[in-house]
Design a binder for this molecule. Structure first.
Ligand SMILES: [Zn+2]
Length: 315
């Protein structure tokens, strides 16, 4: 029997996606349910089991050698538990054990969603060929992950590279995480929009007050909208520069909804990096938009499962 495939789960606050993925990152079977995020933990788990049920019903399932989970965090990979901020019914929820039970004992690998996206970008996307990379998702929140020495670096609990909660403004605004002046508190989509509104930006006739609407205004030169993106870019640059100085990355890949603003974000970001990434060994740091689309979480979870399978094969 060929066990040349892996199964993948991507668990977020809005959807639970599952797939069977081959060794080239191609998705062969997929399944999806909305996340009943405001329901109790068992109801959320039933949605996961429905997704797994569709995968295990596939004739390809018997070729799956391992299962990778990328989950909204925080996760604790060492304990096999998850406590996603946006899924209050899950606190220290034993997701690895429950998924393993649902798939009859297949090996299960858990990583955070930022780490999963990093695995996907390193395997198939913008960080391909880079041995030392920081990959970030800038959207409702700001997350990330690291590739160091050619290997994904999830850290002991699966959260390493969580750049959104590095403080870049010592006495800055209180962050929901408990710290102050975090990258996320300045650079996330909702904070870009909030800052623009506070400084007098007004939405168009459609009433859209999202960061995408602020980006559209910035693109046509609205100075308040431009300034809000510049401030976000400055926070991202400070966080990226700190990371590069600490562990010597050579590329920072940025995805997520806010990155779709394109040059409205990337032009001030490259400029601000010049202000913060100053030492000789970080000056060549490249910044690139993410290449993986909405399947990044699934592909990254599959990459983690493949790495686990490879580890098992060498034992
Ligand atoms: Zn924070």
């Amino acid at each position: 029997m060929h066990t040349d495939l892996v199964a993948a789960l991507d668990i977020g606050g809005t959807k639970i996606a599952g797939a069977l993925v081959d060794g080239h990152g191609q998705i062969l079977v997929r399944s999806q349910r909305p996340t009943p995020a405001q329901r109790d933990g068992e109801t959320v788990m039933r949605a996961v089991e429905e997704v797994l049920g569709e995968l295990t019903a596939s004739p390809l399932w018997e070729r799956a050698a391992a299962l990778g989970i990328g989950s909204a965090g925080p996760v604790d990979a060492s304990a096999g538990t998850v406590s996603p901020v946006n899924v209050p019914g899950w606190r220290d929820f034993p997701l690895v054990r429950r998924v393993r039970e649902a798939v009859c004992g297949l090996p299960v690998e858990l990583i955070g969603d930022g780490v999963a996206i990093t695995a996907a970008e390193h395997w198939q996307g913008a960080a391909r060929g880079h041995d030392n990379a920081l990959c970030m998702v800038v959207s409702t929140g700001v997350g990330g992950g690291l590739v160091l020495g050619g290997q994904l670096h999830p850290g002991p609990t699966g959260n390493a590279g969580h750049i959104g909660h590095i403080s870049v403004d010592l006495d800055g605004d209180a962050c929901p995480c408990g710290s102050r002046g975090c990258v996320e508190r300045i650079a996330s989509g909702p904070n870009i929009a909030r800052r623009a509104l506070e400084n007098g930006w007004r939405p168009g006739p459609d009433g859209d007050t999202s960061a995408a609407a602020v980006a559209a205004s910035a693109r046509v030169g609205d100075p308040v909208a431009v300034a809000s993106f510049q401030r976000a870019a400055q926070a991202l640059a400070a966080g990226i520069a700190a990371t590069a100085t600490l562990v010597e990355i050579d590329i920072a890949v940025i995805g997520g909804g806010v990155a779709k603003a394109g040059e409205v974000l990337f032009t001030p970001l490259r400029k601000a990096l010049g202000d913060y990434a100053t030492l000789s060994f970080v000056q060549r740091l490249a910044v690139a938009p993410a290449q993986m689309g909405t399947d990044a979480g699934l592909v990254g979870a599959a990459a983690a499962a493949l790495a686990r399978r490879a580890d098992a094969a060498t034992v």
